[in-house]
Write a protein that binds this ligand. Structure first.
Ligand code: DAH
Length: 340
C-alpha cells in the first residue's frame, strides 16, 4: 500500500517537473497549476487520500506528499518569474535606428489666449478671475439682473431653454449675481466663459461664443473708475494710442449704461471697411450697477456702488488679429490655429 503511494508521488513529481520545464506562457502555467494543485488537482487528490494509508506508513506518506506540494509550488513560482523576465527583455529590445513617431506640438487656442490676456490685464488691476455655470436658471440669467418678464432676450429665439426648465446662459452677467451672493463687498472680479445664443451662424455670429464679465463693488465707485479701468484695458490690449469713446446705451442691469467704442485699429479712425467707414469699433457694454441688482443680492445700495462691463472675446480677438470670420475659431483647421 505504501509502496503504491510512493510510486504515485514519484510519478506525479517526474511528470510535473517535465511539464513545468516546458511552460512558455502564463496560461499554460495556470493550467498546470490547476492540474496538480487545484481543488481537483492530482496532488490535491493524493493528499486527500493520505488518511486512508495504514497508520504505520501515514506519517511518511504525508511528509513526502507535502514536500512534493511545496516543491511544485516553488517550481511554478520560479517559472513564473522567468516568464516575466523574458517578457520584459522582449519589451526592451528596441531598434534605435528606427525613425521616431513624430508628435505635433499643440498650442493654446487663440480664443483661450485672448481670454487669458484680457484676464491678465484685469488681474494686474486687482481683479480676481472667477467661474460660473454654463447651465443657468432663469433667475440668475434674467430676473436677478433686472431683466423683466416679457423682455425680448427671454424669448426662445434669443435663449436656449432646456427640458428641465433651466437654460444655457446667454451672457456671463449671471456670474455677477453668483459672486455677490457668496461674497461681501468690496470686490473686483472678472468672469470669462462660454455663452450660448440660438443665432444663425454667419461670419460674425455663432451659437456659442465667449464673454468676459467684469464687476467692481466698493463704497465710492463712480463712472470715472469705470472709465479709468477700461482705458487701461483698451490701451494694454490694442496699443497705447488707441482712443476710446462712451456712447449712451441701455442695459437692464446697469444705470447709466454705455457702449464703448475704440478708434479703429486698422485705419486709426480715418475710416475703412473693418469699421464700416465710421472710424470706431464697438467692443463692450458697461455701466454702473443698477440698484435693483444690488437689492437682488441684498447689498445696501445706499452704501455700495459698482460698475460692470461685458465683452465678447471672439470679437476682441478678431479685431486684434484681423480675423474676418468667427467660424474659423471653431472649425479646428490647424492651418488657421497654427498661426497663433
Ligand atoms: N451682458 C451684456 C450682453 O451680453 C454685456 C454687458 C453689458 C455686460 C453691460 C455688463 C454690462 O456687465 O454692464 O450683451
Amino acid at each position: 500500500m505504501y509502496k503504491n503511494m510512493r510510486k504515485k508521488i514519484e510519478k506525479i513529481e517526474k511528470e510535473a517537473l517535465i511539464q513545468i520545464e516546458k511552460i512558455v506562457n502564463e496560461e499554460e502555467l495556470q493550467n498546470l497549476k490547476a492540474k496538480y494543485l487545484g481543488r481537483k488537482g492530482l496532488l490535491t487528490q493524493l493528499l486527500k487520500s493520505i488518511p486512508k494509508v495504514p497508520l504505520k506508513y501515514r506519517p511518511e506518506a504525508g511528509k513526502s506528499a507535502n514536500l512534493l506540494k511545496r516543491k511544485l509550488e516553488q517550481e511554478l513560482r520560479s517559472r513564473h518569474d522567468l516568464l516575466r523576465k523574458k517578457k520584459e527583455k522582449e519589451r526592451l529590445k528596441i531598434d534605435i535606428t528606427m525613425p521616431g513617431i513624430h508628435q505635433e506640438l499643440g498650442s493654446i487656442h487663440p480664443v483661450t489666449q485672448t481670454m487669458r490676456q484680457i484676464s491678465q490685464i484685469f488681474m494686474n488691476l486687482g481683479f480676481k478671475v472667477v467661474d460660473g455655470p454654463e447651465i443657468e436658471t432663469d433667475y440668475y440669467n434674467f430676473t436677478a439682473l433686472n431683466i423683466p418678464e416679457g423682455h425680448p432676450s427671454r424669448e426662445t429665439f434669443h435663449t436656449f431653454y432646456l427640458d428641465n426648465g433651466k437654460l444655457l446662459r446667454s451672457q456671463t452677467s449671471p456670474v455677477q449675481i453668483r459672486v455677490m451672493e457668496k461674497e461681501k463687498p468690496p470686490l473686483k472680479i472678472v468672469a470669462p466663459g462660454k455663452v450660448f445664443r440660438p443665432d444663425a451662424t454667419d461670419a460674425s455670429h455663432s451659437f456659442m461664443f465667449h464673454q468676459i464679465e467684469g464687476l467692481a463693488v466698493d463704497k465710492n465707485i463712480t463712472f470715472a473708475d469705470l472709465k479709468g479701468t477700461l482705458s487701461v484695458f483698451v490701451r494694454e490690449m490694442f496699443g497705447q494710442e488707441t482712443q476710446m469713446r462712451f456712447r449712451p446705451h441701455f442695459f437692464p442691469f446697469t444705470e447709466p449704461s454705455a457702449e464703448i467704442d475704440i478708434s479703429c485699429i486698422i485705419c486709426a479712425g480715418s475710416g475703412c471697411r473693418v469699421c464700416s467707414f465710421k472710424g470706431w469699433l464697438e467692443i463692450l457694454g458697461a455701466g454702473l450697477v443698477d440698484p435693483n441688482v444690488f437689492s437682488a443680492v441684498k447689498y445696501d445700495s445706499e452704501l455700495w456702488r459698482g460698475f460692470a462691463f461685458g465683452m465678447g472675446v471672439e470679437r476682441i480677438a478678431m479685431l486684434k488679429y484681423g480675423i474676418t470670420d468667427i467660424r474659423l475659431f471653431f472649425e479646428n483647421d490647424v492651418r488657421f490655429l497654427k498661426q497663433f
